[in-house]
Structure formats: C-alpha cells, structure tokens
Design a protein around this ligand. Structure first.
Ligand code: SPV
Ligand code: MG
Length: 302
C-alpha cells in the first residue's frame, strides 16, 4: 500500500505551495468522492468549497450549513485523500471565538489550512446580489489573531480573504485591508472579484507587490489565461466549484435520459463503472485486509 502523507506533511506541503514562486492550483472538492477524483486527476491541493459543500447538502451558501456540518464533510475529504485541504471557513461563523473554534476543529479533522473572509455573519455568496456587508478591519484582525493563537501548528495556513471589491469599496480599501491582515498574522491574501475580466485583480497585485502571497478564484474571469497569473506573480489559483457544477450537469443528463427512456441501457456506457468507483475508494485494500485479519470459517466463507 502507498504510504499515506501525514497531517503534518500535508500542512507543510500546503504552506510550501502557497509560499512558492511557482503558480499552484487547488481543485474544489465537496465530499470524499470528489476529493478522490481530484487527487487521482493529479491535483496537489484541494479547496473545500463552502458553496459546493453547502450545495451538496442542499443548503444555500449563506451560512445555512453549520460549522459542525462543514467539519464533518472536511473530515471525510481529508480522510479520503493524502493531498492538503484548504478549507473555506466563510467568515468564521461569528466573532473571533467562533472563528478560532472552527479553525481548531478543522485542524483536528485533517484540514491543512483555513480561509476566512472579511464579511459579517451570516455571509452571502459573493456572486449573489449587492448586499455584502464587510467586517470592521480591527474586528476581523481579531478573528485572524485568534486563529493564529488557537491553532498550535505553525504550518497550518491562514488565508485572509478580502471582499472589498465584491462590496464595491475599491482598490484602496482592499489594499488597506490586505496590509492590516498581513500585520495580524495571515499567511496569504485571497483577493476576490466578480468582474468578467481580471483587471481588478491585476491592479491589486501591481500595488500589493506580493507583500504576502496572493490567492485568486477566477470563477467569473475564467477566460484569462493562467500565463497572466504567472506573470503577475500570483501564488495559487482556486478552481472553486467545477466538480460540483460538473456533477450537476452529469446528473441532470442521466436523470433526464432514464426518465425519458425508462431504461438505463442507453446510458450504461456513459457513466462510470462500479469497478471505477471501487477503485477510487480503494476496495482493494479491504480485500487484502480481509485476507490478513478475517479467519477462514469451516464453510470457506470469510
Ligand atoms: C466557495 O467556493 O465557496 C467560495 C468561492 O467561497 S466563491 O463562490 O467564489 O465565493
Ligand atoms: Mg465560499
């Protein structure tokens, strides 16, 4: 069996990835299975997306899912893969006390880092509507400091996410927030934009000059080539929701066809085989363990 990466190794590799001058990618996962698929595809890190996790639970991305539901899903993701998991901790589920509790629980359940956004609780997904109240800078800095003080491992990554551009506050405010969050102990800055081009992002990176590594989420400005992010010195790109959206399309298609055709014969060759599923979740290991641990009965049935 392949040696599993320990939690400490995973945290260390996320920290190295974010600090490295080479552009890195984190793929969205919303459960153990999507995490396993992303890892098999070759991704070196995962983004446990709040939007995707809440959607897969049937909740809206507005803090309808509780912090303990998030922790449960992250436990299944971390337990299924070896690669590091950066968790979308939304705004920390409250004040400094909630934020440090969530961070500690996520760390205990295998997360390699947390991203906290500077919005008020309850948050609303950045792409919905125009009401995006921001946290006051000193109060949000308290959340960041409390997480740093509470989670003992130096390698546990703390990403501070700035929603100033989403809230229409402009670049100066985004830069002031980034500076304050760096001073409060953040390891990286996530600057978010919902424009369909990356101009806001590049204006920020030009002014920020990589005082801390920059993480981006190009969901809306998806046409920008990654070579432009390399040229801008960006640390990490998060593909934030594409496993979940791919699952929606595939499930919708298969449901429509089975309903219409009253048969699964037509789609059998188009869906993953059960053997693929068994392989993804390592049923081979269970068979080997049965050989080792399960006594042979008199009937020959284990
Ligand atoms: C998420 O994946 O939940 C994110 C990214 O926070 S976004 O949906 O762009 O806000
Ligand atoms: Mg989110």
């Amino acid at each position: 069996m392949v040696e599993r990466q320990s939690g400490a190794q995973a945290r260390e590799s996320l920290r190295r990835m974010i600090a490295s001058s080479e552009l890195a990618f984190a793929m969205e996962a919303h459960d153990g299975l999507s995490a396993a698929i992303a890892e098999r595809a070759g991704f070196k890190a995962l983004w446990a997306s709040g939007l995707s996790i809440s959607s897969s639970l049937g909740y809206r991305d507005a803090n309808e899912a509780s912090w303990s539901q998030l922790v449960d899903v992250v436990e299944r993701i971390s337990d299924t893969v070896d690669i590091p998991v950066l968790v979308d901790g939304d705004s920390g589920f409250g004040n400094f006390n909630n934020a440090r509790l969530v961070a500690r629980k996520l760390r205990q359940h295998g997360a390699s880092g947390i991203c906290l956004e500077d919005t008020a609780f309850p948050k609303m997904n950045s792409f919905i509507g125009d009401r995006h109240p921001l946290a006051d800078i000193p109060e949000f800095c308290g959340r960041l400091k409390a997480v740093k003080d509470q989670v003992p491992d130096a390698e546990f990554v703390l990403v501070a996410r700035i929603e100033a551009l989403i809230a229409g506050r402009g670049e100066d405010e985004a830069l002031a927030r980034a500076q304050a969050y760096a001073e409060a102990g953040a390891d990286a800055i996530l600057i978010h934009s919902r424009k369909s081009n990356a101009e806001q992002i590049f204006a920020f990176t030009r002014a920020w000059q990589n005082r801390l590594p920059v993480v981006i989420v190009p969901t809306k400005y998806y046409r920008t080539p990654v070579s432009a992010y390399r040229a801008a010195g960006i640390s990490t790109v998060i593909w934030a929701n594409h496993n979940m959206r791919a699952a929606i399309s595939a499930m919708r298609q298969v449901c429509d066809r089975i309903l219409r055709e009253e048969s699964t014969a037509g789609i059998e060759d188009e869906v993953a085989t059960l053997d693929e599923l068994f392989d993804l979740l390592n049923y081979q290991e269970l068979s080997a363990a049965e050989e080792k641990y399960l006594p042979q009965t008199a009937t020959g049935v284990r």
